[in-house]
Design a protein around this ligand. Sequence first.
Ligand code: HEC
Length: 167
Amino acid sequence: MRSNPHNILILGAVTLLNGLATEQTIDFQRVISPLLSDNCYSCHGPDSENREAELRLDIQSAAHESPIVPGDPKMSEFIARITNTDPEEQMPPPDSEKTLKPTDIELMRRWVSEGANHEKHWSFEPPHHHDPPQPSKTNLETNPIDAFVLDTLENTSPTASKAVNTA
Ligand code: HEC
């Protein structure tokens, strides 16, 4: 089979994207929430019947009451517990048969240093009002959505032609 040069290009693009992803801030919903859900929520989650130490890690206000100091992993009991190797202190407890990989711990440490946001998935966020931008070619604009389109065109491509008369 001949090697297809496109595959090489695609591979290069994927590698580049992965490289960029490590520079981005940690996404709570995509990265941290699944780790907490697998390893912590059985004892510190929404289910009050099984909650240990009155600690909830699934919502921001409760999680910020003590063990997480946003921006400061060294001062966070949360990080101290997941990095502690003393079986009496270690979280998740060794007898829970849950374990965090070193890479998981590193992601949580980064998440705490970046401010430990618990932002909801965008689909659960109420929509926010955005004022339409004010592109320079306002004569092409017939409704507020055009303003967003024109603004993007102005910032990406040098010309936009007049609307075609469809009547
Ligand atoms: C099997 C149940 C269980 C699981 C799973 C678990 N914990 Fe705990 N956790 C406890 C218990 C019980 C305590 C209270 C005893 C203690 O302080 O060690 C506790 C205490 C804590 C405390 C200290 C709370 C305080 O007020 O001092 C932190 C922080 C913590 N857990 C974080 C975590 C994190 C983070 C995870 C997941 C990576 C996790 N725990 C998973 C049972 C659990």
